[in-house]
Design a binder for this molecule. Structure first.
Ligand SMILES: [Zn+2]
Length: 434
């Protein structure tokens, strides 16, 4: 079809002047708008009723990011309410998931359609945009939302989930959790200084950090609570639970158990999850990387410095520290385990003063890293900590580090009890290889 044919068709559908439509259409196409999208936009402009040329009805699984507008009939699974700043204004939006028999899709509602979890709706003229690589429905002023008879869908209604299931981007989430730790922080918010809460939540599935942007008094250390209408964002490489002014927090009449131990996973599984707040892996220590042993840090920013030069602060009076960066591999993948001052001192068998003394005697601080290499390379370790992914690969910031029961050296020397940096609990929980 030529532009003229398209204009002819539109003009007769809409009952308007063909030349006027043609000029509009030519204008849009000139700006690289695909012709079908341009026609849809003109149908809206000329106020066509939805009886003809109505957006295509689609099954949810068929919706693609290339669709401009669709009609969807489905069941609302979750509804999250959130305030955002949009073009300088505070705007309340609603987000969640809607499902039909074929699948689920996220939506953002820019107006209050009075949606509740469990509602079955028909959304005529829902916009489609790409969000985190997937299609998402946009319900706005041009969308007609009506309530229809209940649709059965093979998905659970309501946002009830557990911490291990959460991924960045989840909205309208409901959780029964225990507050492991919480502290009040003052931040520079968009409306000046404001207090927030931050800490760690636990349930039977694991632990995750959280932020409460509108402090709820029910959130206190050791409280077992139900949080409704939370959303999930990525923070320092791991999912973080966000509680807002629209979330409700209710004390539970029972204690939520769990969250003491970390799940043990293959390194590949942990890495492909995109980041884990608290995880345990077991693998062979292949190498101790450069920048381990006795190192020097900038007193201002903590960065490791070379020959007294900080990348950010130039010539500084650097401070000594101990660190290990070790490559641990379990056959599925590898990760760089990072041991801080205390864990490194235990592995080395001495503190910063001892390391300094050894370096002075040898006139070479590499002797500290070499000594650590000798005692750990080739052995099997259990490492627990926070796994995050950056441009350089996967890092496991260790909170616990000890020989695995699989480790032949530890077995031979009966070192398993009171191994490096592990607590009795962790040792009891580390039944790997049984
Ligand atoms: Zn610095």
């Amino acid at each position: 079809m030529t532009l003229d044919d398209h204009a002819e068709e539109l003009a007769s559908d809409l009952g308007v002047d063909k030349e006027e439509v043609k000029a509009d259409l030519a204008n849009l196409v000139e700006y690289s708008v695909p012709v079908e999208e341009a026609k849809a936009s003109l149908r809206r402009k000329y106020g066509e009723s939805t009886t003809s040329g109505e957006p295509t009805g689609k099954e949810i699984a068929e919706i693609a990011t290339s669709d401009s507008a669709v009609t969807v009939t489905g069941r609302v699974l979750t509804v999250g309410k959130r305030s955002i700043r949009y073009q300088g204004d505070d705007l309340v939006i609603f987000e969640g998931e809607v499902a039909d028999e074929s699948g689920t899709i996220s939506y953002t509602a820019w107006e209050d359609f009075d949606l509740s979890p469990g509602d079955s709706i028909e959304a005529v003229g829902a916009g489609v945009r790409e969000w985190e690589g997937k299609p998402e429905l946009n319900l706005g002023s041009e969308t007609g939302v009506s309530f229809v008879d209940t649709i059965d869908v093979p998905y659970e209604v309501g946002g009830d989930t557990e911490l291990a299931e959460l991924a960045p981007g989840d909205r309208g989430v409901a959780l029964d959790v225990r507050v492991v730790e919480v502290e009040t922080k003052t931040i520079d918010g968009r409306d000046g200084e404001t207090e927030i809460l931050s800490g760690v939540l636990a349930d039977g599935s694991g632990r995750l950090p959280f932020t409460d942007w509108d402090p709820h008094s029910e959130i206190e250390t050791d409280a077992s609570i139900r949080i409704e209408n939370a959303y999930v964002r990525e923070f320092r490489g791991v999912p973080s639970v966000n509680v807002s002014e629209f979330s409700t927090v209710t004390p539970l009449d029972h204690a939520v158990e769990g969250g003491e131990g970390a799940p043990t996973m293959s390194i590949r599984e942990a890495v492909t999850s995109g980041g884990m707040f608290d995880v345990e892996v077991v693998g062979s220590l292949l190498a101790v990387r450069d920048g381990s042993g006795l190192i020097q840090r900038c007193p201002e920013c903590g960065r490791v410095v070379q020959r007294g030069q900080c990348r950010a602060h130039g010539d500084v009076d650097a401070e000594d520290d101990l660190r290990v960066k070790a490559i641990v591999d379990d056959g599925t993948a590898s990760v760089t385990a990072v041991l801080g001052t205390d864990l490194t001192a235990e592995v080395y068998g001495g503190d910063i003063d001892d390391a300094r003394e050894a370096a002075r005697e040898a006139m070479d601080q590499e002797v500290v890293a070499d000594s650590i290499r000798e005692s750990v390379v080739g052995r099997t370790f259990r490492v627990r900590g926070t796994l995050s992914i950056d441009d350089y690969g996967a890092n496991l910031d260790a909170t616990e580090f000890g020989p695995s029961e699989d480790d032949p050296v530890a077995r031979a020397h009966g070192l398993l009890d009171g191994g490096v940096g592990e607590t009795g609990d962790a040792a009891a929980a580390g039944r790997v290889g049984e």
